[in-house]
Design a binder for this molecule. Structure first.
Ligand SMILES: Cc1ncc(COP(=O)(O)O)c(C=O)c1O
Length: 377
């Protein structure tokens, strides 16, 4: 599906770890490092005021393709946590309100709300999950007329469970609540239509399924919030005309751009922009099909070894994150032994997590299964 020269390590390494840190296409990595080197060697000679003002414009173009939305609906930032924190302070649920998530969610998806709850006294409600899985009905049961926000991960990081965000957006809106989606474990691997999904906010970090670098993130903000939410984090870029530089006023842009507050490692945004373009040119649908075939192969192989798979296996809730447990074996030990054989998986909780992506091929999965067989012999 890809030119292997763009991911050279995949020639001799079965890198199955996109849910932790993905590989970046070499041309996108070059854009990022070239930008950094240019600024280091030439200062503002090339990266002038105009370039600084327009630094996110390319990301907006790719973000609009990623979430099938308007460029005005896209903002960039340094991390998923940073953008989500700014949203949490902007929404700032009140003392009698609650925020709903799951008790298996990645901490960064809920901590920004937890911090706000320390300030306002709002309640955090976490639906009960088990073995990296939380039933969507348990989540829905937590929602009531005091729910201000459902904040959840589109795909749970441990077992790869996929939620139906359209269904959750409907429930959220019936209760006048917002649906805030952390798409860090889905964007780039699963098609997401922002407007059609009904989600109010969708945020993704860069360095997992979007194959970008650390230090960048992308956000979709539904149009109805673009002139109502006052960002939690503000700086000179927050003003609608940043170079007028008057401390006496703060008029936000009437677009998602109002959430872009400060200078940052702009090369990372450019790296993310080019990684996204790379994936979008391949087609996220095609990537999803490719990844799911690899996941099927992985599941068959694990089953043939009688290894206990904890990821959901029904079509609606599955992704290419395949997580398993080998009875009587320390997962860290197995992950280490796989690494010695050039197979890169990851230990999460007490499990072994495989996460094949666009740059993997069936022989990587064969290598992983054969290596597991020899380790367990
Ligand atoms: C669902 C999810 N959200 C967020 C993060 C990390 O966010 P950040 O890069 O802002 O630390 C992770 C990392 O594993 C994740 O799995």
């Amino acid at each position: 599906m890809i030119n292997q020269d763009d991911f050279p390590i995949t020639r001799d390494c079965a890198y199955l770890n996109a849910a932790n840190v993905s590989l970046m296409p070499a041309p996108a990595a070059k854009v990022m490092t070239d930008w950094q080197t240019d600024v280091a060697l030439n200062g503002s000679n090339n990266f002038n005021d105009l370039a600084e003002d327009t630094a996110f414009d390319g990301l907006r173009v790719q973000g609009a393709r990623l979430f099938n939305c308007h460029e005005n609906d896209i903002a960039g930032g340094s991390s998923c946590t940073e953008l989500l924190s700014s949203i949490a302070w902007a929404v700032m649920p009140k003392a009698h309100e609650n925020i709903v998530s799951t008790d298996i969610v990645f901490p960064s998806t809920i901590y920004p709300w937890t911090r706000v709850s320390h300030h306002t006294g709002c309640e955090i409600r976490l639906a009960k999950g088990q073995n990296g899985y939380a039933h969507i009905d348990e989540l829905i049961k937590c929602i009531d007329h005091n729910t201000a926000v459902i904040s959840l991960s589109h795909v749970e990081y441990t077992g790869g469970q996929l939620y139906d965000i359209q269904k959750l957006a409907d429930v959220a809106h019936e209760h006048n609540a917002l649906l805030v989606v952390d798409a860090t474990q889905s964007a780039g691997a699963i098609p997401i239509d922002g407007p059609k999904s009904g989600a109010d906010v969708i945020i993704s970090g860069s360095y997992k399924w979007l194959c970008g670098p650390f230090g960048a993130a992308v956000m979709y903000l539904a149009p109805h919030l673009q002139n109502t939410l006052e960002p939690g984090f503000v700086g000179f870029r927050s003003h609608s005309d940043m170079w007028t530089l008057s401390p006496e006023r703060l008029d936000y842009p009437e677009t998602a751009k109002r959430f872009e507050s400060s200078t940052m490692a702009f090369g990372c945004i450019k790296g993310l922009e080019h990684s996204m373009k790379y994936l979008l040119d391949l087609g996220i649908d095609n990537i999803q099909n490719h990844n799911m075939k690899l996941a099927d192969q992985l599941i068959d192989g694990l089953n043939s070894l009688d290894i206990n798979i904890i990821s959901p296996i029904n079509r609606a809730e599955r992704t290419s994150i395949v997580t398993c447990q080998v009875d009587g074996h320390d997962p860290a030990d197995i992950v280490e032994k796989l690494k010695q054989r050039n197979i890169i998986a990851h230990k999460r909780q007490n499990y072994i997590r495989f996460a094949p992506h666009v740059y993997n091929n069936p022989s990587h999965i064969d290598q992983a299964i054969q290596s597991l067989a020899s380790i367990l012999k």
